[in-house]
Design a protein around this ligand. Sequence first.
Ligand SMILES: Cc1cc2nc3c(=O)[nH]c(=O)nc-3n(C[C@H](O)[C@H](O)[C@H](O)COP(=O)(O)O)c2cc1C
Length: 362
Amino acid sequence: MLLPYSLIRPIFFSLDAETVHDFTLKTLKLTQNTLWSRLLLSQPLVHDPLSLMGLQFPNRVGLAAGMDKNASAIDAFAAMGFGHVEVGTVTPLPQVGNPKPRVFRLQEANALINRLGFNNKGLDVFLENVQKARFKNHLSYNHIPMVLGLNIGKNALTPIENATQDYLQALESVYPHADYVTVNISSPNTKNLRTLQSDEALDALMGALAEKRERLRSRIGKRVPLLIKIAPDLDHAQINLLANTFKKHCPTDHSAKQGDWGIICSNTTLSRNGVEGLASSKESGGLSGAPLFNSSNAVLAQLRQAIGEHFPILGVGGIMTAQDAKIKIENGADMVQIYSGLIYKGPKLVHEISSTLKELGS
Ligand SMILES: Cc1cc2nc3c(=O)[nH]c(=O)nc-3n(C[C@H](O)[C@H](O)[C@H](O)COP(=O)(O)O)c2cc1C
């Protein structure tokens, strides 16, 4: 049974966005794996298996990073029927992020603006929480387990020239515990982070990550795909450069579908298209939700064209309905992720999307 989100939402939306978020995460953490969670949140996992990057995903909808930065409620999100859950962004050291208030709802537009700035408890707490997760023990017969993605970033105080060190340190720590690792180089709320998307910087970062992964792979005996998360604020030329950098580091022929690399497209946008004049629209930070849909789709479609049909791409940005998820797939995504849609529509959206994509097949 599912708690009707339409009843809770007005209460949530009458309170400060970050306060509600923190309260919800605490409640999910406390109640996960209990009868409460089963009665109030639980939804059947739609069985629509897909093999990508050598991983078996039970269905094509995932939780986008940032909802559960400290990995404290993985089992609660698993119970909602996600095929994969991505937790983080975690930075090597704990950090408080930007001053509050730093999350704003733009209700008329089904949107959010945030400038959290990677507030998180750091790698040690994150990994303790990841290791406590029990979702893999709760499998029904014949079901593929949910896939767990761990999203890593750099500390605000680390100079951008030394960012690679933070990513390598985080990769080494999370590697044994991850099904896949996402390298977040596209948050607009960490100074200069997005400069890592330039062809030279990305080339160097991917080279360093690939080398580290090879060493970890032979030491730990496990293969972990790496995904690079990109911004939607890229022009045509930048998208082509980015695609060329990927082509340099990874195969893009049919073997790429089960290869070691992928892209998540996209993070939040700096643009304010579609929210002009709304309360809070002038707040600085990244805009997510419905107004991001078209621009993130445009980048996705261009990227898909530039990089070819076989390269794994996860589509995220502005999915508020099952129909939106279908359009994301049509624009070139292999799978989708949601964040703002979950805030505005509630957990039912997970089931709606996964069952619609299953019906669609392909
Ligand atoms: C409050 C908030 C915090 C976020 N934090 C992160 C984060 O820590 N790491 C990350 O990679 N993306 C983060 N994101 C971006 C989301 O993962 C997603 O890429 C973006 O919101 C677009 O999807 P949506 O329109 O479905 O929300 C955050 C988004 C929001 C709204």
